[in-house]
Design a protein. Structure first.
Length: 498
């Protein structure tokens, strides 16, 4: 194999597959008790790679580490220092970061069940299995070394809601396509496309800037034998290559609160209730976007899912899909505005093209630097919107998403999408509101309110919904390094000396 081709046997499968056929899953959060036994287990752990098989495997397992986990495995500090700053700080590590991510008020790390400074996991083991096989898989990995190696801090459940997230909307539709064949040249790609350079998701490959993301590179000596070579630094070995960063957040959803609020706003008219909820998401419950689908693939790239073939080109005033809708915030496609573009007139100037020669480039190219590969799973029992609006609805279960996304640059991808687009109360010309699903509604000093949702109307003032409650609460979270498989075996070598 030439060094240019991707070695799928070295990539963890989650980067290539969502394991949709493996409908049972559980995410184990572990603390390392004994580094030597943990290393022994990791050295031969049956981690599933990204090689495509004729028949999907009946089970799969993925492994990832926090910074604290790498330290517990005795990886030398100078090597750990080569990882990105945000991975090293952790999701909860700085007040400023918590503010940007919206982790304040009820979302504050001090209330998290796991993560935060008190309960930091070391290792994440993600188990996937066909129906009925998860328990057996879990027992099989817990070999004699397991109990002395690890303490199970938490075991995050998931449930199979058949591709529908707890609020009742089809999920897992829009995903970037990865350029596994390495055909895409990054420079001058201005038009919106769903195809992303491999380096946006895999460390050790060029990203959308044509650059390699920083990661630990090691001298080519006897200690680094087995690691892949660094493509951009001849003579060095690459601990990051074929790996990535994985963001995990446990997000609890108030399903009853969401539908009862929509119902009150709709004066209990079921159709108006559906429309309002769909406007908040940007798609109908069946997954159809509020924008018309294009008859042609966008920029020649056919999306994996047919309901993803659209842009916001024809909706410059947000009357079809509100600017603040969840999917328009989390991926504005070709309708993002440069910072500082607030208010009707400013937007108009930009729309008319009077704002400078590079504007079109600004609008269209920025989204390609902020794509996320989402791999989350729902948890909790199903509660339909029709049940949720009943005044006597007895809902005792907890609902939510174990939100997982993979990206090579946590700050430019996850943190940007979460902070600048989803949580920001000034986005795309709208103010005093944040994401209608995810916003924490915390008042900001100097800002009147943060709990609006505006729906632009054809030929009139926007309709403004006020007083949105908080529907989603963060229950835990952490940043992990998802190593390539050779890097995983390398990490397993760092047990303490006898
Ligand atoms: C409880 C929390 C959440 C719920 C209920 C939710 C729900 C949804 C739904 C229903 C869709 C449309 C279906 C699809 O395209 O797959 C979607 C899309 C998306 N969500 Fe979320 N989401 C949540 C959290 C998040 C978070 C935390 C992020 C990122 C920080 C995020 C980023 C995205 C992105 C990037 C898309 C695709 C947008 C597009 O390309 O059109 N979501 N979400």
């Amino acid at each position: 194999m030439n060094s240019y081709a991707v070695d799928y046997s070295d990539v963890q499968g989650l980067l290539r597959f969502g394991y949709a056929a493996l409908t049972e899953a559980s995410f184990l959060l572990l603390r390392i008790r004994d580094a030597r036994d943990a290393s022994a287990w990791l050295a031969s752990a049956p981690v599933t790679n990204a090689v495509k098989l004729d028949k999907a495997p009946p089970t799969a397992m993925q492994v990832a580490f926090t910074r604290e986990g790498l330290e517990a495995l005795h990886l030398p500090p100078n090597i750990i220092a080569g990882f990105s700053d945000e991975f090293l700080s952790g999701m909860w590590g700085e007040e400023n970061r918590s503010h940007r991510l919206g982790d304040i008020g009820k979302n504050s790390p001090e209330y998290w069940r796991w993560g935060g400074s008190e309960k930091v996991p070391h290792v994440l083991v993600m188990l996937y299995a066909q129906k009925g096989q998860l328990q057996a898989r879990r027992e099989a990995i817990q070999d004699p070394a397991w109990d002395t190696a690890f303490e199970i801090m938490d075991s995050l459940p998931t449930s199979d809601l058949q591709g529908v997230e707890p609020f009742g909307f089809t999920d897992g539709i829009s995903e970037p396509s990865l350029d596994w064949e390495r055909q895409r040249t990054s420079a001058d790609q201005v038009a919106y496309t769903n195809l992303s350079c491999l380096g946006e998701f895999l460390l050790g490959y060029p990203n959308e800037y044509g650059k390699y993301t920083d990661r630990p590179l090691l001298p080519n000596d006897s200690t680094s034998v087995g690691l892949p070579e660094a493509e951009d630094s001849p003579g060095m070995r690459d601990l990051g290559r074929n790996g990535s960063y994985l963001v995990l957040r446990q997000l609890q959803q108030d399903v009853r609160g969401f539908w009862q609020f929509a119902d009150r706003q709709a004066r209990s008219d079921p159709q108006a209730r559906e429309q309002l909820a769909a406007s908040m998401v940007g798609r109908n419950r069946n997954g159809d976007p509020l924008m018309p689908l294009s008859s042609q693939p966008i920029d020649g790239v056919k999306p994996a899912h047919p309901s993803n073939q659209f842009t916001y080109d024809s909706d410059g005033n947000g009357t079809r899909c509100p600017f603040g809708a969840h999917i328009r915030r989390s991926n504005p496609r070709n309708a993002d505005f440069p910072p500082g573009t607030t208010g009707f007139f400013s937007r108009l100037i930009h729309n008319l093209g009077f704002a400078g020669t590079d504007l079109r480039q600004d609008i269209m190219s920025s989204t390609r630097f902020h794509r996320l590969l989402r791999r989350g799973r729902e948890y909790g029992p199903r509660l339909s919107p029709e049940q949720a609006v009943q005044p006597d609805c007895s809902d005792t279960g907890e609902h939510g998403i174990q939100f997982v996304c993979i990206n090579a640059n946590i700050s430019r991808q996850f943190e940007f999408v979460q902070g600048a687009w989803i949580m920001n109360t000034k986005f795309n010309g709208v103010t005093a509101e944040s994401d209608p699903l995810l916003g924490n509604r915390q008042p900001i000093p100097g800002c009147a309110v943060t709990d609006n949702f505006s729906l632009p109307q054809e030929g009139g003032l926007p309709r403004c919904i006020n007083g949105l409650p908080q529907f989603v609460t963060v229950r835990g979270g952490a940043y992990f390094f998802l190593p390539g498989i050779r890097a995983l075996r390398y990490l397993a070598m760092h047990s303490p000396p006898t």
